[in-house]
Write a protein that binds this ligand. Structure first.
Ligand SMILES: NC(=O)c1ccc[n+]([C@@H]2O[C@H](COP(=O)([O-])OP(=O)(O)OC[C@H]3O[C@@H](n4cnc5c(N)ncnc54)[C@H](OP(=O)(O)O)[C@@H]3O)[C@@H](O)[C@H]2O)c1
Length: 334
């Protein structure tokens, strides 16, 4: 593939003419250096991609820039012996779509060490339907298991349940035999969440419970929490003795005001979840699980929509407004 090879990309600009974005024809020389050139088949839409598409998002460090923190495709060329032409690969996190041109282009060029070989059991489309959000769900489940949360310990609360991290968490946990209570702000989505595997669906207000006092009823063995903010502060009061909260997100805000009591009187574990620089051995192990015994079939069959690159702006605004349901996959194939 020569430096003049042309292809479509969704780019954001921020210069004298202001902030703007759209689909453009660019060439390979517009991409940063990297050992592996990939024909991108699919990308996904994550909350962080929404932030990358707005001026106040504080995600993108240089312009013009191609967002997209996830991609899956076929290797075209590789100067690293670990990959060869025709290999199917995926990439989530690291600098992709943040400091390094991302997945919203027909071609990407990225460092070999960021790539994961597509595990057997997943298609490229399924890998992107899972994407960073689903990988974060898997990482959350893994950390809960590592901290002793077994299905017999009691119900697991999943917040932001119709979102990317939430819906795939519901799917994985129910498949593994956990009793899942899903929290959603979308009252019309209850049946969908039951079909996904939730045993019970409650509103955000119900999940908040009594707001007074430093401790509440011990309701949950564990919580998958991509919501953050005041939600987390409230929910840690309701976690059972020795239970755990896997905290990955900030949809409800980046600040939380809590007390030490759930932690020092009930031994509650607050587990920080980071998918971006998750070490490669664990990353590859979790992708193997996502392709095998943890494969979130109920989410993949019910909560996925595929869109063309032209539809991307609408999907990016939707996720920023909290309207997203499940996962949106962007097809880069014409
Ligand atoms: N730590 C990491 O490595 C990592 C990786 C991936 C994502 N994240 C973060 O995790 C969060 C979720 O990501 P996502 O891709 O799942 O986003 P998403 O698809 O937009 O899902 C978020 C869901 O949260 C709920 N929600 C929205 N606003 C809320 C509010 N004010 N209070 C309570 N719930 C609210 C909504 O679900 P309901 O309507 O069903 O309640 C929404 O669908 C984001 O903050 C993202 O940046 C972090």
């Amino acid at each position: 593939m020569g430096q003049n090879t042309q292809f479509r990309a969704f780019r954001v600009h921020n210069d004298d003419q202001g902030f703007r974005s759209g689909i453009e024809i660019i060439s390979l020389s517009d991409l940063p250096e990297g050992e592996v050139t990939i024909a991108v088949h699919y990308s996904g839409v994550n909350y962080k991609d929404g932030l990358a598409s707005i001026p106040e998002g504080k995600i993108v460090r240089k312009y013009p820039f191609i967002p997209g923190i996830d991609l899956a495709g076929e290797v075209v060329e590789s100067s690293d012996p670990a990959f060869k032409s025709g290999d199917l690969v995926l990439c989530t996190g690291y600098g992709l779509g943040v400091s390094h041109e991302g997945g919203y282009a027909e071609v990407a060029r990225i460092p070999a060490k960021w790539l994961v070989p597509l595990p057997q059991g997943l298609t490229l489309k399924e890998a992107m339907a899972i994407g960073t959000a689903g990988f974060t769900a898997a990482l959350s489940v893994q950390r809960l298991i590592d901290n002793g949360v077994t299905p017999d310990r009691g119900p697991v609360l999943v917040a932001g349940a119709t979102g990317g991290v939430g819906s795939i968490s519901v799917s994985i946990l129910s498949k593994l035999g956990y009793k899942v209570t899903a929290v959603t702000g979308k009252s019309d989505m209850s049946q969908k969440l039951i079909d996904l595997g939730a045993q019970q669906v409650i509103s955000r207000e119900e999940a908040f419970g009594e707001s007074k006092g430093v401790l509440g009823k011990e309701l949950w063995a564990a919580v998958v929490d991509p919501v953050g903010g005041s939600f987390t502060a409230q929910i840690v009061k309701q976690v059972q003795y020795g239970g755990s909260v896997a905290l990955s997100g900030l949809t409800a805000g980046g600040n939380m005001e809590t007390t030490v009591y759930p932690f020092i009187l009930r031994g509650v574990n607050l587990l920080g979840i980071d998918s971006v620089v998750c070490p490669n051995p664990l990353r590859e192990q979790l992708w193997q699980r996502l392709a095998g015994e943890w494969k979130p079939e109920s989410a993949l069959s019910q909560m996925i929509e595929v869109y063309a690159l032209e539809d991307l702006p609408k999907q990016l605004s939707g996720i920023l407004e909290g309207k997203a349901v499940g996962r949106s996959v962007i097809s880069l194939q014409k």
